[in-house]
Design a protein around this ligand. Structure first.
Ligand SMILES: Cc1ncc(C[n+]2csc(CCOP(=O)(O)OP(=O)(O)O)c2C)c(N)n1
Ligand SMILES: CC(=O)[C@@H](O)[C@H](O)COP(=O)(O)O
Ligand SMILES: [Mg+2]
Length: 620
């Protein structure tokens, strides 16, 4: 065993290729052993084991900067740099992150989790190194999916203009985003890999020469071979000012290594196109890289998933509901920025291929595209993860809300998502959406209300944001959709000592807390404050006549969130009440089990009860 021998960074430089091949196998084994227990991103890392080894042999990090895009493929990097021993703690509370973090290791040059940031960050490193007269290369590894985002092209555009030396972008092309990659650029890259690009271009030249005829044909015939030689498969990158090299096989270690060594000597920015297989070395992942992109714990030998009985997820309830809504209303169309599976849209895409748009990792475009669809009279449902909607903030304001366009934002993964951690927690949306004029912002307490709110959103005419969490819902029975009056709250329980105003996931937790506290003689009211904007002002005024203690609960930051909205309302009317705002504190929350994190920040039943006892000075 080669891995076993090492405690710190592994010195790969003096190993033979035979040893390196053995090491690659061990790294794959180790990734599978750990992810089988912890879950995580499996297929992306398995695809870049040889690339990681080659980078570590040819470059000298941390002096040379290696920036991995997203970081979900960086497990081999973690193992082979300095986290081999900590790797079993992957994605667990207190353990190492599933993405890249500067505070975790000097080898993680730049933190990531969201896509397409590597070239911009790398260019920053390059310019800073040059100005500070520091030596070293800057290498960025970006996937073909991440390369579909505008941000990557903004960076290429800038780099092509600055033309830095010792600046190498490695395009790790496995023809997959999470789903099979989409879009014209992806088609172009596939043509390069398959050799079709050069063939087709040569055919075009041939046809042109034949078409010209006469002396022109004779002249062109003379230059035909010369022209063919000029065609670089990576012409798009060449035109952007990069030296294009490739495509090369990213699993052929000697070839990778010698190419990287040569590339080091090239003047100006380089784009090295490497093709790899997502899931390489593990049959189930090679066969189904979509499922194995990121997984829950599984049985290592068979690749079967370890399923615990639990209610359907919020995502799957949404997925079924959106199909139903589309059957009822032919104007309903759906947009996803590269999150078809995660957003529960597989069935919709199959049933309504002409009304389904996977636009690639392009959150900004997705939003404005939805705006155009709405302006012409369709009913777009723009499906985002809460954390990725952050990318499209200006578009939500400028393109949708300002123009009062009827776009429904279906915002999944709101609240604490769990093991993906701070890059992925969706804990800002209530704050950043609540402050936008014309927006309706709501969250369902359970799956039936999710269906009802979606239906309501589609049957009104303002921008409508509906957010719901990751993971299993509450398991309540579901039926036909009903309209819910916009801005209406629901009083679920009457009390005497105070009232809990809860939004979304915490509503049932508040009910549970109230039940617990009742046993201790504390009688609390509970309100389902499903609309964060507009709030049910009438009900709030009525509650003010009955209660002195208000406890707001949300799975959003307490800064500027629902609780702040309640405080603003009371303060603006000169109403003096005691208000305790529970939610995500003003700091980034680590990765870890979702329910553990909810408990730690105090938004589950136990946490709510704890805060109420404290407020009523009955700390047990
Ligand atoms: C801004 C943003 N949008 C969406 C995602 C979700 N996401 C994570 S990985 C991924 C696919 C990336 O594909 P690629 O870059 O080709 O990497 P691969 O997994 O194929 O190695 C997506 C869409 C994200 N992390 N960031
Ligand atoms: C890397 C990335 O951004 C996605 O793969 C994300 O981790 C998916 O999260 P879910 O597991 O919640 O779909
Ligand atoms: Mg890819």
């Amino acid at each position: 065993m080669i891995l076993e021998k090492y405690t710190g960074p592994i010195d790969l430089k003096y190993m033979t290729y035979e040893e390196l091949e053995k090491l690659a196998e061990e790294v794959r084994d180790y990734i599978l052993d750990v992810t089988a227990k912890n879950g995580g991103h499996v297929a992306p890392g398995l695809g870049v084991v040889e690339l990681t080894i080659a980078l570590l042999r040819v470059f000298d990090p941390p002096k040379d900067i290696i920036v991995w895009d997203i970081g979900h493929q960086a497990y081999p990097w973690k193992i082979l740099t300095d986290r081999k021993d900590k790797f079993p703690t992957l994605r667990q509370y207190g353990g190492i992150s599933g993405f890249l973090r500067r505070e975790e290791s000097p080898y993680d040059a730049f933190g990531a989790g969201h896509s397409s940031t590597s070239i911009s960050a790398g260019l920053g490193f390059r310019v800073a190194k040059d100005l500070l007269k520091r030596d070293g290369y800057v290498v960025m590894v970006i996937g073909d999916g991440a390369m579909t985002a505008g941000m990557a092209f903004e960076a290429l555009n800038n780099a092509g203009h600055l033309r830095p030396n010792k600046f190498i972008v490695i395009l790790n092309d496995n023809e997959m985003s999470i789903s099979p990659n989409v879009g014209a650029i992806s088609t172009y890259l596939s043509k390069i890999i398959s050799g079709r690009f050069v063939q087709e271009t040569r055919q075009k030249i041939k046809r042109l020469v034949q078409h010209l005829g006469g002396p022109a044909e004779r002249f062109m015939k003379l230059t035909e071979e010369f022209l063919k030689g000029l065609i670089s498969p990576g012409v798009i990158f060449e035109e952007l000012g990069f030296n294009y090299i490739g495509p090369i096989n990213g699993h052929d270690l000697p070839a990778l290594e010698s190419t990287l060594k040569n590339v080091k000597e090239i003047e100006g920015p380089v784009l090295l196109h490497v093709y790899t297989k997502k899931g390489k070395g593990y049959k189930p992942a090679e066969k189904d890289p979509v499922t194995w992109h990121g997984v829950a714990p599984y049985k290592r030998e068979s690749g079967e998933f370890i399923k615990k009985p639990s209610p359907p997820t919020w995502t799957s309830v949404f997925g079924k509901a959106i199909v139903k809504m589309a059957e009822m209303d032919e104007k309903v169309v759906v947009i996803t920025p590269a999150m078809k599976e995660g957003s529960g849209l597989v069935e919709f895409a199959e049933k309504f291929p002409n009304r389904f748009f996977d636009v690639g990792i392009a959150e900004q475009h997705a939003c404005t595209f939805a705006g155009g669809l709405a302006a012409e009279g369709l009913k777009p449902v723009a499906c985002y993860y809460s954390t990725f909607l952050q990318r499209a903030y200006d578009q939500v304001i400028h393109d949708i809300a300002l123009q009062k366009l009827h776009v429904v934002f279906a915002i999944d993964r709101a609240g604490l998502v769990g093991e993906d951690g701070p890059t992925h927690h969706g804990v800002f949306d209530l704050s950043y959406l609540r402050c936008i004029p014309n927006m309706i912002v709501c969250a369902p307490k359970d799956e039936q209300e999710l269906i009802d709110l979606l239906y309501t959103g589609l049957n009104q005419n303002l921008p409508f944001a509906l957010r719901y969490p990751r993971g299993p819902a509450y398991g309540v029975p579901t039926g036909d959709p009903k309209l819910i009056p916009v801005g209406s709250w629901e009083e679920l329980l009457e009390g005497e000592d105070g009232v809990i105003l809860a939004v979304g996931y915490p509503v049932y937790q508040a009910l549970k807390a109230a039940e617990e506290l009742k046993k201790e003689g504390i009688r609390l009211g509970v309100v389902n404050a499903r609309f964060v904007k507009p709030m049910d002002e009438q009900m709030l005024l009525d509650l003010c006549s009955r209660y002195d203690l208000f406890i707001t609960v949300e799975d959003n930051t307490v800064v500027g969130g629902f609780g702040s909205g309640v405080l603003e309302f009371l303060s603006n009317r000169g109403i003096l009440k005691r208000v305790i705002t529970l939610g995500i504190p003003d700091r980034f929350i680590e990765h870890g089990n979702q329910n553990l994190l909810r408990n730690l920040v105090g938004i589950d039943a136990e946490g709510i009860a704890r805060s109420v006892r404290k407020a009523l000075r009955r700390v047990l």
